[in-house]
Design a protein around this ligand. Structure first.
Ligand code: AMP
Ligand code: GLY
Length: 487
């Protein structure tokens, strides 16, 4: 992988960009785009007070990112060259469909392609058709067969429970990893509480309506996120990242949207990632296109690195948050031309103009660690309005701070205004150095009830947990994978 960006002619990137969203992921995207010389203006809807402090940026808080007509009106009035959709909600609301229809280049897939994120059953269907292995699993419209299947999975030799996934847009809260059948039963009964009776469920299935749940075999291994910029058929991957989803150190406590991330991932070498993009992203794109749902945007593959090889456990139709906060500072190429190229269906052309070769985007030599600082009582009922101290000191500590959920008061001070409040990103020549830098800066920030992990990138696995081999009932092979090293 190489870039000759220095010697190539000026690459045509977007001059005016509209970014939709207002969280930490969007702050990172805006931060990245505004650093490109060609980018003259970034409009953000709704944005945030902190995003509005970036140079070249104007936030439009009155426009809802999930209102397709309002977004189209804004994109037209601002004469933007590109719209970049941050979160999944605007995709589900059909914003990309309306923009594309109107001829506005949009990085973010149309609704029928974005469905791969919120319908677990659709994701499995596409993966199966594309020949991409996922955990063994099935979709269910009625409780009794779901219970029977969960019982069967949990009783399989070596199994340690099962996984219950609600089908639908659940903001990352629809998955229950169950240690045993009893827990799976509780989860299933809760999800089917308001669901139709068995006869109606059968009618729903026959009518092709979405199922209530997917029940899956429980896999074991370290996780990694492999996110690629995609246009209909082509994919160009960011380096891999690892999110830390549990609230507390040592992966304890409830699941969250993500409490920190790091990149690179020592047990997922970038040379293997190129192979994985060919095995996972490219066939999935081809299958979506075949269905008349071409995907232009960021396709996020959530992987579990089992001892038998990496297995796809989920797809998202957007950049990961907080993964992208750790990834963008590592990129050694401008993002704007690539996002525009993907939006126009010419990612390959944009990559060629930048002198890129292969499936992976080139990176700087730096490693990155992002630590999320979360509000009191996150993830249940995050408290708002706590005064944040130490932001200036943290910025002086040589870290980059992205705001996810803050608001600036009339006194000019920032207060908490969401679950995940800040991401503090440290860079360094090694993950240890990046971690030290992020920790040092995060230590400066305080507010009442602030929650954070202190072990992001603290323990770096060299290979997948060998003990899990015996626990995985369905061996899955992946060409080139051998215990975290290329064969
Ligand atoms: P998802 O929203 O599908 O990514 O699931 C959220 C989290 O649940 C993942 O990050 C995993 O930690 C876990 N998970 C999902 N599917 C499985 C599975 N088949 N086996 C074990 N854990 C899983
Ligand atoms: N950090 C996980 C996600 O963005 O879905």
């Amino acid at each position: 992988m190489s870039s000759q960006a220095g010697s190539s002619p000026q690459i045509a990137g977007p001059a005016r960009v509209l970014v939709l969203g207002g969280g930490g992921r969007e702050h990172a995207l805006v931060w990245s785009l505004t650093r490109e010389a060609e980018v003259e203006a970034v409009i953000v809807a709704p944005g945030s007070d902190a995003i509005g402090e970036e140079p070249k940026v104007r936030c439009v808080p009155g426009v809802s990112a999930t209102d397709p007509a309002a977004v189209l009106a804004l994109a037209t009035a601002e004469d933007v060259d590109l719209v970049v959709v941050g979160p999944e909600a605007p995709l589900a609301a059909g914003v990309a469909d309306v923009l594309e229809e109107a001829g506005v280049p949009t990085f973010g897939p149309i609704r029928s392609a974005a469905r791969i994120e919120w319908s677990k059953a659709f994701c499995r269907e596409v993966a199966a058709a594309a020949g991409v292995r996922m955990a063994r699993g099935e979709a269910f419209w009625a409780l009794e067969p779901a219970l029977a299947y969960a019982r069967e999975l949990a009783a399989a030799p070596g199994a340690r429970g099962a996984v219950v996934k609600a089908d639908g847009l659940m903001a990352g809260k629809g998955v229950t990893v169950c240690d045993d059948f009893a827990r799976a039963e509780t989860a299933l009964r809760a999800l089917f509480a308001g669901a139709p009776a068995a006869a109606e469920a059968e009618a729903a299935r026959l009518a092709g309506r979405p199922p209530v749940v997917v029940v899956e075999e429980r896999l074991f291994g370290a996780e990694a996120s492999l996110i690629a910029l995609c246009d209909d058929h082509g994919a160009l991957a960011l380096p891999p990242a690892r999110d830390h989803k549990r609230l507390l150190d040592d992966d304890r406590g409830p699941n969250t949207g993500g409490m920190g991330a790091y990149s690179p991932v020592p047990d997922l070498p970038e040379s293997l990632c190129a192979t994985l993009v060919d095995m996972i992203h490219v066939p999935i794109l081809a299958d979506l296109a075949r269905r008349g749902a071409p995907f232009r945007g960021a396709l996020y593959a959530g992987l579990m690195l089992t001892p038998e090889g990496p297995v796809l456990i989920e797809c998202n139709a957007r950049f990961g948050d907080p993964e992208v906060q750790a990834l963008l500072p590592r990129l050694a190429v401008p993002l704007g031309p690539l996002l525009l190229g993907a939006a126009l269906g010419d990612l390959a052309g944009a990559a060629a103009e930048l002198g890129l070769v292969g499936r992976m985007l080139p990176t700087t030599g730096d490693a990155a660690v992002a630590i999320v600082l979360a509000a009191a009582d996150y993830p249940e009922t995050p408290r708002k309005g706590d005064l944040i101290g130490g932001l200036a000191e943290a910025a002086r500590a040589d870290a980059t701070i992205f705001h996810a959920g803050t608001v600036r008061g009339a006194d000019g001070q920032y207060r908490t205004n969401g679950g995940r409040v800040l991401s503090v990103v440290g860079l360094g020549s090694t993950l240890a150095a990046a971690r030290a830098s992020a920790e040092k800066a995060a230590d400066k920030v305080t507010w009442e009830g602030m929650q954070r992990r202190h072990d992001i990138a603290a323990r770096l696995p060299a290979v997948a947990d060998a003990k899990a081999a015996a626990a995985s009932p369905a061996p899955i092979s992946a060409a080139g994978w051998e215990g975290g090293k290329l064969a």
